[in-house]
Design a protein around this ligand. Structure first.
Ligand code: ADP
Length: 346
């Protein structure tokens, strides 16, 4: 009895993807009805042509290279190209292929071409949407922020408290909106696999001092204290680590009572350095602790429920820290919450 899997010819006839075989010169030797439908060539016409007739010229080099690789080593290959149909239309397709062997020797290639027009259109729409957000929302936001800051400076000088207060409020709202737009863009990049980190060497203590000083200047709600003894040099994306720290601090400020203190500490271990942000807030119930790093997750039916948020921040923090091969977590009880993250030391 044969041990090879047997496929019913009807299965290949009825699939939605184009299934074809070519010989070593690239000439078609068979094609299923979906291939005929995709390209507009009849089966007879197909058997007269080679892939060079169908592959869009700008992709021909790539196809040749993939074919050679395939014939040398038959590992599963998936790649995207464009084909040209009989009436001249360009169609994006995803190709998966395998070598056809006879007595162990390659005699051609079996390929499957999937029409990915819809996916490509969606990707294009997404790109346009992101660039719209980036340019049409972020740029005006930076201008509004610059004007609000100018107004603040002017009224600080003239000692006019009411307009100063109004300008500060505009500034604060613009900051909130900017964080939201940036979070949205980050998540979209993460989902599209386009989120990149740019590591460089820096001192974690210096970064924390800078962020905490800014916080203590603008937030009168709680006092943030830093406990750090020495330099802690890491190779990481400084802006992104700053974003994590800012996020954890803004949560600590947001979710803990006025006048309570927030303590930030850095602890050096053998190969890691750990940053801890501890607040004296109401805590997070044990059952929810593992969910809070999920996208859009927020606690409900608690005091936190009354505080505005979108459940984006901790998800982004987790992606940034795991992207650095670090760890992020939480310890919490009814007396307070400590978020921590660790990074490998340089
Ligand atoms: P957001 O704060 O915008 O809702 P996050 O992803 O930063 O989004 O946080 C997710 C949820 O985790 C919050 O909605 C809140 O319920 C809970 N949380 C985060 N930080 C704290 C904290 N320091 N103390 C108590 N709960 C917190």
């Amino acid at each position: 009895m044969s041990t090879k899997p047997q496929y019913h010819p009807e299965a290949i006839k009825n699939v939605n993807d184009a299934v074809y075989t070519i010989d070593l010169s690239g000439k078609f030797t068979s094609v299923n009805p979906a291939g005929v439908q995709l390209t507009g060539y009849t089966i007879d016409e197909f058997l007269q042509i080679s892939i060079a007739h169908i592959v869009a010229p700008e992709y021909m080099e790539l196809v040749k290279q993939k074919m050679q690789e395939k014939l040398k080593k038959d590992l599963p290959t998936v790649y995207e190209i464009e084909i040209v149909t009989k009436d001249g239309k360009h169609v994006p397709v995803e190709i998966s292929s395998r070598a056809l062997l006879e007595k162990g020797k390659p005699i051609g290639i079996l390929g499957v071409a999937r029409d990915i027009s819809e996916r490509k259109l969606l990707e294009r729409q997404k790109e346009i949407f992101f660039s719209l957000i980036t340019h049409e929302i972020k740029n005006p936001l930076s201008s509004i922020k610059a004007f609000a800051e100018l107004l603040k400076k002017y009224h600080e000088k003239t000692n006019e408290t009411k307009p100063l207060h109004l300008a500060s409020m505009i500034d604060e709202q613009v900051d909130k909106l900017t964080v939201l737009v940036n979070d949205f863009l980050d998540i979209s990049r993460m989902n599209a696999g386009k989120f990149t980190l740019t590591p460089k060497r820096f001192d974690l203590k210096e970064l924390l001092e800078k962020i905490i000083a800014t916080y203590n200047k603008v937030s009168a709600k709680q006092r943030i204290k830093l406990q750090a003894e020495e330099q802690y040099v890491v190779d990481a994306d400084e802006n992104r680590i700053g974003q994590v720290v800012t996020n954890l601090l803004s949560n600590a400020v947001k979710y803990s009572p006025k006048d309570s203190s927030i303590r930030v500490s850095i602890i050096k271990e053998k190969k890691h350095v750990t940053v801890r942000v501890a607040d004296k807030g109401p805590g997070i119930p044990k059952a929810n602790q593992q969910n809070i790093f999920e996208l859009f997750y927020r606690l409900t039916n608690t005091q936190q429920d009354q505080i505005k948020g979108h459940g984006l921040g901790l998800y982004i923090c987790k992606q940034i820290i795991t992207g650095h091969k670090g760890e992020i977590g939480v310890e919490s009880n009814t007396k307070g919450t400590t978020f921590y993250f660790s990074l490998p030391l340089s």
